[in-house]
Design a protein around this ligand. Structure first.
Ligand SMILES: Cc1ncc(COP(=O)(O)O)c(C=O)c1O
Length: 367
């Protein structure tokens, strides 16, 4: 795994380096607000189904993953030839880069670090398009110009780490520009399932062969260890992506469980109720706790002490000492550690975070 030059961890959930930096023991108790997983998951039936699936380890998985692709196609209202099952959203990112090897990429920043890594691995020439201001908004015109001068644009929606969402209308304008100039828009929607479905891009797939959607089941079902994701695109693009994919890339457990995960409407309903109740409550309370909060549509928040970006390191350390692991932003270009990312957890855990933040406010460190 690539390490940032200052040896900050590359992803959430990697507490050891941060604890050592603070002189805290490796077993210091921590509530993890640095990874953005659904606190209600994984679904309760998962363990039993994994046991049931054990018998299948004696066979190679179906190399086309027909059953899983059909289940996804039905859930997304697309045809199975437009679906590629992947080993997590991460493999989808690397396949999207491989499809455009040695071409010109634009990455909308600050964003998930793996797009840049995948582009470098596949020899793409990369330039950045920066989200603007403290609301991290996309400049529509600038983005259209960028589409006209690249082969592929990577855009995360809602964006990790800002939580902001580029509207479907803006995406459609970018796609139209891309059709004119032969460029593809790769939209990573790893966190889209937490939101209400009014901003879905899936209907655009039928009209824009230059749209590729990346999805992950990791965050929503809280299964980072299983490795499961998929890509949606034109049948032609998906066929080319399949050629680039390693054979049997998705293991039998992940592939056989995907139809069951997608069919679990009760889990989706519980998740929706939790999200609707906790999201706005936490957003408001974080502001009341003395933080600048980027308005988020995702299950996490990008925050900064009102005292300014310099106070973020002190807040990260205070939280860590108090048993809260936040995500630093050292390896997000443009953020340089001046912000922290906090996941939305269940109400009790969110209250624990808020109580630590209120101690921090009382300590006067954040002002
Ligand atoms: C935006 C984004 N896309 C993709 C991934 C990778 O997801 P997966 O665990 O399914 O590979 C992550 C993981 O953090 C992410 O934040």
């Amino acid at each position: 795994m690539m390490r940032h030059r200052t040896d900050w961890p590359s992803h959430g959930g990697e507490a050891a380096v941060l604890l050592a930096r603070q002189g805290l023991p490796g077993d210091h108790p921590l509530l993890d607000f640095s990874t953005n997983l659904n606190p209600l998951g994984p679904p309760a039936w998962l363990a039993e189904q994994l046991m049931n699936a054990l018998a299948g380890v004696q066979c190679y998985p179906d190399p086309t993953y027909r059953e899983a692709c059909e289940a996804i196609a039905e859930a997304e209202d697309v045809t199975p030839e437009t679906v590629l099952l992947t080993n997590g959203g991460a493999e989808a990112i690397f396949l999207a880069a491989a499809l455009h090897a040695r071409r010109r990429a634009v990455i909308v920043q600050p964003t998930f670090s793996e797009y840049a890594r995948a582009c470098h691995q596949h020899g793409l020439a990369v330039s950045s398009l920066d989200l603007e201001g403290e609301a991290f908004l996309l400049d529509d015109r600038q983005a259209q110009r960028a589409m006209a001068h690249c082969d592929v644009m990577f855009l995360c929606r809602p964006n990790n780490p800002t939580g902001t969402l580029v509207s479907a209308a803006v995406i459609e304008r970018l796609l139209a520009e891309g059709v004119e100039h032969g460029s593809t828009l790769v939209v990573d929607e790893a966190f889209i399932d937490f939101m209400t479905p009014d901003q879905r891009l899936t209907p655009l797939l039928a009209r824009y062969p230059n749209l590729v959607l990346l999805r992950s089941l990791t965050k929503y079902y809280a299964i980072p260890g299983l490795r499961l994701g998929y890509m949606l695109g034109s049948a032609d693009k998906v066929a080319r992506l399949r050629e680039l994919q390693m054979p049997w890339s998705v293991n039998h457990f992940a592939a056989s469980l995907s139809p069951l995960l997608l069919a679990d409407r009760a889990f989706a309903a519980r998740t929706h109720r939790w999200f609707m109740a906790e999201h706005s409550r936490l957003q408001d309370r974080l502001v009341a706790a003395g933080l600048r909060v980027v308005p988020s549509r995702a299950n996490f928040f990008l925050v900064q002490p009102v005292a300014g970006p310099e106070a973020s390191d002190a807040l990260l350390a205070f939280l860590l000492r108090s048993g809260i692991l936040a995500r630093h932003t050292r390896n997000f270009p443009g953020l340089e550690g001046g912000w922290l990312r906090l996941a939305l957890r269940d109400s009790t855990e969110n209250d624990q975070l808020l109580s630590v933040l209120s101690e921090w406010q009382d300590s006067g460190e954040g002002t």
